[in-house]
Structures are given as C-alpha cells and as structure tokens.
Ligand binder design. Sequence first.
Ligand code: AMP
Length: 367
Amino acid sequence: MRVGVLGGGQLGRMLALAGHPLGVRCTVLDPAAESSAGQVCPQIRGEFDDFRALYELARASDVVTFEFENVPVESARWLAERVPVFPPPRALEVSQERLAEKEFFASLGIPTPPFAAVDSRAEFDAAVREIGLPAVLKTRRFGYDGKGQAVLRTPADCDAAWERLGGRPLILEGFVPFDRELSVIAVRGRDGQVTTYPLIENVHRDGILHRSVSPAANTGEELAERAAEYASRVLAELDYVGVLTVEWFQDGPRLLANEMAPRVHNSGHGTIDAAVTSQFENHLRAVCGLPLGRCDAVGWSAMYNFIGSVPPAAEVLANPDAKLHTYGKSPRPGRKVGHVTLRAASADDLAEKLPDWDRQFERAPGT
Ligand code: AMP
C-alpha cells in the first residue's frame, strides 16, 4: 500500500517509520526543504494548496491522510475526488475551528467548558458577563500549543487581551479549574471497528505538552469507559477512519472536552515503546483497510517532550529505562525536536521513578 501524507513533520516521520515493517510506503507533501519526515521517506515539496503538488501526491498514493489539522479543507476535498482520503475532510473542518468544534461536541451530548462566540467588543463584554472570570479568550482558527489565547482574571486582562486578539473570530471559554488533563486516543477501521488506548494523563508547560503518563493513574473504569464512549460518538458521527484524539479536562467526576485532533497525537508518542500496537501503526492499518492491532499498554510509561533542543544522547540514555526519539529538526526555541519514553514494570514502579524522571527531563524555563 502507498500512503500519501499531507505534512512532513515529526508525526509524518513516525507514520513513515511505522509503515516500513508493514510494507506500507509513505510519501509526504510538505513545503519545507528538509522536513522531518522527508528524511525517512520520499517527499513531494510544495504548499498544501499547490494543486500540482497535490496531484503528484494523489498519483503516488493509494490512500491519502494528514498529520496536522491545518491542511486546507479544500485541498483534502479536492484529493478525495481522486483518491480515498482518511480521516474524512469533515473531521478537518470541525477541528480547525474552535467554535464549530465545541458546537459539534455539544451536539453529540459531550460536555465542554461553557463557551460563547466573540466577533466584536460588545459580544466580548456580553460573553464575559455571561461566563464570568476567570475565562480564556482564544482565536477560533490556527491556535495550537497555547498560541493565540489569553487567560483573563481581571477586567484589565480583558482590555489587554482584546488589544492583542481582537478583530479576529474568537471564542470565550470558562476557565476550568481542572484536576488534570487527560487524552483519549481511539482508532476506527474502514469496517467500523473501534479500539481505544488507555487514558493518558498530560501536563502542559507554557501551553505545550511537557509530559504524558500512560495509563493515567486512578481513573477508575467508569471514567475511562466514558471517555471512550464519547470518542466513539465522534467517530461514528463523522464516519471516521484512522486515529482520533480527544483532549479532556477532568474536574472531579466531570470530563469536559477541550479539543480534538483528527490525527495521531503528541500525547500518544509513548505508544511506540509502551503499547502492543503504536498509534502510528494503527493509523496506517486503519487507513489502509487492514485489521487493527491491540491498543493495550505494555507496562506503565512516561513520555517527555524535548522542546528547543535534544539533550546529548549519552545523557538521555544514561537512564536505562529511556527510549530516545529525535526528529531530525534543527534546534529552535519552542520547537518540538524529540521525545523520550520511559517504561516501568508496575504502577508502583512508575510512581517511584517518576520524580527522578521529572527531574532528569524537566524543561528549562522559556524553551
Ligand atoms: P488549547 O490550545 O486549547 O489546547 O489550550 C492549551 C492549554 O491551555 C490546555 O492544555 C490547558 O492547559 C489550557 N487551557 C485551555 N483552555 C482552558 C480552559 N477553558 N480552562 C483552563 N485551562 C485551559
């Protein structure tokens, strides 16, 4: 099978690497000269709205997928007229716009933080009155890793946030005093079969994922089942094929949907070293119409992102539990350039080792 991938970042790279043993060959489309994925599989160089490049990708592919959600929906639709495209372009459409996404969750009965559309200063003031402070103002499009958003605690914060973000379509959300952030990664095959990874617990720093622990501790069966059931509603509604991630805020017994990603996800990188089948392999299996693999965790694990630069390999690997993944990207502040996954034999073993791992892989401030 030949899989075309829109996007040549690290997610495309890990998809391509997962494809090799299966005999699935990926080709990525990306504008970057030396993309992360282009170092491990063929790359077509072009913009995502360059129809010549898209045509070339369609010709090189039996099926097309994407590894980031800001691919133009028109490009995905144009490709879908020529070659199967999974996940369906509508999933892109929904996840590209925070308001559409929240309304979509609500339409499926999936709880979200309170939210309101903000298109003018008057609407902003009305939304702040309705939702109250603290709240979070976000751009509706092209927000990722905490970019394009402001936390509002005082009326002065509102003025400053409006100065910075006003004039674009925005959404105001109630600030959730969450106990923790969780994600669920589910995969649906072409035949409608659904399987779900154990819940993952995520810690963000400066809006960027810092650490993911899998399986999340103390979730209880009911919470994990509820998250999986909510994800399956999304999958069914979209007639979805491939890996889908939904990010949650846990507030006591409540699970509130923050956002969804119609793709493999950073919080699932640990599945490469600590699951029976990685999210990357399962995504490829799904889009290629192959049977899905088990999502069970193999032991307990923690994954840490390397932001800005990767520590020397000898330093990382001095920890015998560590598995290092580098993305072939040049160092730059705020850029995801690699990750490490560490495995423990039991929940107790993980709890014992986690403080040391946290210290070893603590992110330097401002990176
Ligand atoms: P996002 O880009 O929407 O995923 O936001 C990035 C991070 O900001 C999240 O992972 C949370 O840590 C925090 N955040 C976003 N929205 C809210 C909210 N409504 N309440 C509390 N924290 C939030």
